[in-house]
Design a protein around this ligand. Structure first.
Ligand SMILES: Nc1ncnc2c1ncn2[C@@H]1O[C@H](COP(=O)(O)OP(=O)(O)OP(=O)(O)O)[C@@H](O)[C@H]1O
Ligand SMILES: [Mg+2]
Length: 298
């Protein structure tokens, strides 16, 4: 895991800020992470903890606000838009939760699409796409449209498309998020096979069961990595099993702590409030507590 020649990803104190002023969110908070070639890494953490932001930075879809990021030994900050696009096209395969297949293209054409961007001639790219579909067990669906497939099949197509360029790194953001357990297993087994051929795989999941497939699990919270655990293939990661990564429920005390912090910032007018209460002879009504706006989702 040290910084070495075989590292495909090197992040040093990478932060990502979204928005300005009150609406500012620290989506990544000084994340340092090294991923070597051929690692199979699961990323876990509660909603809003920065997992997708991390995937987008690593996948060169987004730029960090601070910190250093090297992709395959090259400093990402020095890459221009064209170079980033080229690296994405040639070295990274993306699989997202909401399948982004093009509905008006056949399954075969969807899988062949990355090759079209690369300038591979039509005949050759359809043959390559067909071969990939065979690998994911969907050769008999080549001429179907995405709308005619099951969720699991669509995700297999997305995987075939991510792999058609033979990318060094696969980034999968909740690839099984919309699938039942049988389809999830199929997808993970497919990724395992791909991993065996030497690819690095980085996948986000909320499902502790799926850490069985990983050799390493990174746990995030509030934009930071709170734990980085080596795990055995076939076993659920210890921390994931304990579900230590889940954020505890907010308690009334937490809410009140937020409210009192707000109150410190707002000059109070006890004299006026007291006067009103005395006049009406009633207890001063408690104002409904305003919740402090938090940047995190949910
Ligand atoms: N484009 C954006 N503009 C502003 N804030 C954003 C943007 N993208 C993400 N965020 C914020 O950054 C934080 C991290 O979001 P991110 O999508 O990385 O979380 P996540 O861990 O992937 O969550 P989930 O499990 O729900 O997918 C959240 O608070 C989110 O609201
Ligand atoms: Mg996400």
């Amino acid at each position: 895991m040290g910084f070495g020649v075989s590292a495909i990803i090197e992040l040093r104190e990478v932060s990502k800020l979204y928005g300005f002023g009150d609406a500012m969110t620290l989506a990544l908070d000084e994340v340092s992470l090294t991923i070597d070639q051929n690692e199979f890494v699961a990323v876990m953490g509660p909603s809003g903890s920065g997992k997708s932001t991390l995937m987008n930075v690593i996948g060169l879809l987004d730029r960090p606000t601070h910190g250093e990021f090297k992709f395959n030994g090259r400093s990402a900050a020095r890459l221009g838009a064209d170079q980033r696009a080229k690296i994405r096209r040639d070295t990274i395969g993306f699989i997202f939760q909401s399948y982004n297949l093009l509905p008006r293209l056949t399954v075969l054409e969807n899988v062949a699409l990355p090759l079209a961007y690369k300038g591979v001639p039509a005949g050759k790219r359809l043959a390559m796409a067909s071969h990939m579909l065979e690998r994911v067990g969907l050769q008999d669906r080549e001429y179907f449209y995405p709308g005619q497939l099951s969720g699991g099949q669509v995700q297999c197509v997305a995987i075939a498309r991510a792999l058609v360029n033979d990318p060094k790194l696969i980034i999968a953001d909740e690839p099984t998020g919309n699938l039942d357990s049988v389809a999830s297993r199929l997808i993970m087994e497919l990724l395992t096979e791909i991993h065996k051929t030497g690819n690095s795989i980085l996948f986000v999941t909320h499902n502790p069961e799926l850490t069985r497939y990983a050799s390493r699990v990174v746990y995030m919270r509030d934009g930071a990595i709170m734990q980085d655990e080596a795990t055995k293939f076939g076993e659920v990661a210890a921390t994931a099993l304990k579900q230590m990564y889940t954020i505890p429920e907010r308690t009334v005390d937490d809410d009140l702590a937020g409210v009192s912090a707000l109150m410190h910032a707002v000059p109070q007018k006890p004299a006026v409030r007291g006067a009103t209460a005395a006049k009406s002879g009633k207890k001063a009504k408690r104002k409904p507590a305003k919740r402090k706006k938090s940047g995190a989702k949910k």
